[in-house]
Design a protein around this ligand. Structure first.
Ligand SMILES: Nc1ncnc2c1ncn2[C@@H]1O[C@H](COP(=O)(O)OP(=O)(O)OP(=O)(O)O)[C@@H](O)[C@H]1O
Length: 232
C-alpha cells in the first residue's frame, strides 16, 4: 500500500530547544494513523509541520511519495488545537464563510453537515453547541475541501464517553470514503480502539511505529516502556 504522507528524519527546534528529533512516520493510504504521546511530546508540532504551519530544521516530508509542496494543502484538511469556529454563527454560516473563502460550491456545505450529523442544528449558534458538536463542526470545516488526508489534533479531548464514541464512529468511516486520517491523542485506549497503525512519540522522538494489534495490554506496555526509558 502507498503512503499518503511520510516524514524522513524530521527535526524541529525552537531557538535552542529541539522539539522533534529525526522523526520518520509512515501513513498508509486509506488508513487511520494514531499518533500517541504524553503531553508535550511534540504531537501538535509534528502535525503543524505536516500542514506547513512550521518549517522543519532538517529532514523531509513526502506527500504521495513526492516532496511536500504547499499546493498539497488543497488535498489536506486539518483541525489542530481545536476547531476554528465563529461562536456567534450557526454551523451552516460557519461553513459558508469558509466555503466562500476557499471558493467551494455551496452544495458541499449540506454534504459535510450530513457527514458530521449537524444538519438539524438550524438557528443554534456555535457558542451554544456541546463540545462534541463543536468538534464535529471543526471536522466538517476540515472536510470542506474534499481532503484525501485529514489531520486531527486530539479530536476527542474533553468529550464525554458518548461524544467520544460518536466521533470514533465518524472517524472510522473515513478510510472507506477514501480519506486517510492522522489523529493525535495522549489517551492510549482512544488510539488503541481507532487506529490501524500506531506511532508513539516521546520527548520528540518516535519510539515505536507499527500496525495496531488491537490488544490494549500490549500497547500499554509499549507506551509505558517508551515513556519510562527516558528516566533511566
Ligand atoms: N511556537 C513554539 N515556540 C516554542 N516552543 C514551542 C512552540 N510550540 C511548541 N513548543 C514546545 O514544544 C514542545 C512540544 O509541544 P507540542 O504542543 O507539540 O506537544 P504535544 O505532544 O502536542 O502536547 P499536548 O498533548 O500537551 O498538546 C513543548 O515543550 C512546547 O512548549
Amino acid at each position: 500500500m502507498k503512503n499518503i504522507i511520510e516524514t524522513k528524519q524530521l527535526t524541529k527546534a525552537f531557538k535552542h530547544e529541539t522539539i522533534l528529533e529525526n522523526v520518520s512516520i509512515h501513513v498508509q493510504e486509506h488508513t487511520i494513523y494514531g499518533l500517541l504521546g504524553p503531553n508535550g511530546a511534540g504531537k501538535s508540532t509534528l502535525l503543524k509541520l505536516l500542514t506547513g504551519v512550521f518549517k522543519a530544521n532538517a529532514g523531509q516530508i513526502y506527500y504521495q511519495e513526492a516532496p511536500w509542496q504547499s499546493k498539497n494543502l488543497k488535498e489536506i484538511g486539518a483541525m489542530i488545537e481545536g476547531p476554528a469556529i465563529y461562536p456567534n454563527l450557526t454551523a451552516r454560516e460557519n461553513l459558508k464563510v469558509l466555503a466562500t473563502l476557499l471558493n467551494i460550491h455551496p452544495d458541499k456545505i449540506e454534504q459535510v453537515l450530513q457527514t458530521v450529523d449537524l444538519k438539524n442544528t438550524g438557528n443554534k449558534i456555535a457558542r451554544h453547541f456541546s463540545l462534541g458538536m463543536k468538534q464535529r463542526l471543526g471536522i466538517a470545516m476540515a472536510l470542506l475541501n474534499d481532503p484525501k488526508l485529514l489531520i486531527l489534533d486530539e479530536p476527542t479531548n474533553g468529550l464525554d464517553p458518548l461524544g467520544i464514541q460518536e466521533l470514533r464512529e465518524l472517524i472510522r468511516s473515513f478510510p472507506d470514503q477514501g480519506i486517510s486520517v492522522i489523529l493525535s491523542s495522549h489517551i492510549l485506549s482512544e488510539v488503541q480502539q481507532i487506529a490501524d497503525t500506531v506511532g508513539i512519540l516521546h520527548n520528540g522522538q518516535l519510539g515505536y511505529e507499527d500496525k495496531n494489534d488491537k490488544q490494549e495490554a500490549h500497547l500499554e506496555k509499549l507506551f509505558m516502556d517508551i515513556v519510562k526509558r527516558e528516566g533511566e
